[in-house]
Design a protein around this ligand. Sequence first.
Ligand code: HGY
Ligand code: MN
Ligand code: MN
Length: 416
Amino acid sequence: MSAPAQNLKINADRLWDSLMEMAKIGPGVAGGNNRQTLTDEDAEGRALFQKWCEAAGMTMGVDKMGTMFMTRAGEDPEALPVYVGSHLDTQPTGGKYDGVLGVLGALEAVRTMNDLGLKTKHPIVVTNWANEEGARFAPAMLASGVFAGVHSLDYAYERSDLEGKTYGEELKRIGWQGDEEVGARKMHAYYELHIEQGPILESEGKDIGVVTHCQGLWWLEFTLTGKAAHTGSTPMPMRVNAGLAMSRILEMVQAVAMENQPNAVGGVGQMTFTPNSRNVLPEKVVFTVDIRTPDQAKLDGMRAKIEAEAARICDELGVDCAVEPVGHFDPVTFTPELVTNVRNAAERLGYSHMDIISGAGHDACWAAKMAPTTMVMCPCVDGLSHNEAEEISKDWAAAGTDVLLHAVLETAEIVG
Ligand code: HGY
Ligand code: MN
Ligand code: MN
């Protein structure tokens, strides 16, 4: 099958306009987005995406987790589709491009195929995975995890947010609970375009990240139980201080990550104190430790060390320590043949590129369990993401989408 022509490119203005239009839905307070999964803002973004896809001649399917599948027909009805997607849900203080570039880049690839009247053997399915972020309902990549058989539907439906609302209830409330069995669809291949969310591509002056692997992850939820007491009248030796235990554990997590350099990270992004009153020592502190590395042995070793050290710290302070893994995937190796398609596309199009390991997790990590899978990355300004100041250039967005289009066409096979 001949490769797509070198001058085959997407419509950069139309892509950028779509990104800016979607960014108006669920605006943040500092120029980014707060379009958390299963909120009314998420529902509004879904409706706009559906409108755009149907205007591009695609037909919609929705599964029981609320993932949206928009199909462009192929010429061979027996051929399994090539899936291309990412996620439209954002962090509470998210950027305009994390996930969104992958979904709207896939739509732009289809719009370009329509402009040129290109026909492919395999159908193309543009996908908006539900709840990739895991910010409101942990874990991350929840819907793609159910699709890959890693989580049950019941487990997913029972996940609750900080207000006690469950995934299942909220999905029904916004009217996006589909009827397709999750994971019933079979894929020929899966591609995902995503911003790097790190500093490497920009600092190396590269337009395209040829993603070969994704680092593995553990999310360990710690529940430390101390004794609520007066912060003023309780003598220091009498305290059973869960807050002190938490602070020592955070220091220890930092030390474990640093002793496992290079290519290891560890930190905490979410924490709750109960009763969370200024003059009451906390009865309970709950927080999630996020550790990641591309090295399997390191990942397991870091988890074991952190859990053992946390138990020792809590024992010294008389604080009860419970740990529950609430998110996990092992390091992922993407499919070499698809990785080569991405690298060849960047070469053909004349874009600078380098191989890269994804620091962030993506739905592609679960898709890789179901079919040949890989990713394309573009740089982001200062490597910043999960911050409303997240920014990319129009040229980076266009280059990434050009490469995505070429790689997808290689796999979907142009027949006319
Ligand atoms: O956590 C992650 O890596 C992704 O942003 N959900
Ligand atoms: Mn993302
Ligand atoms: Mn994200």
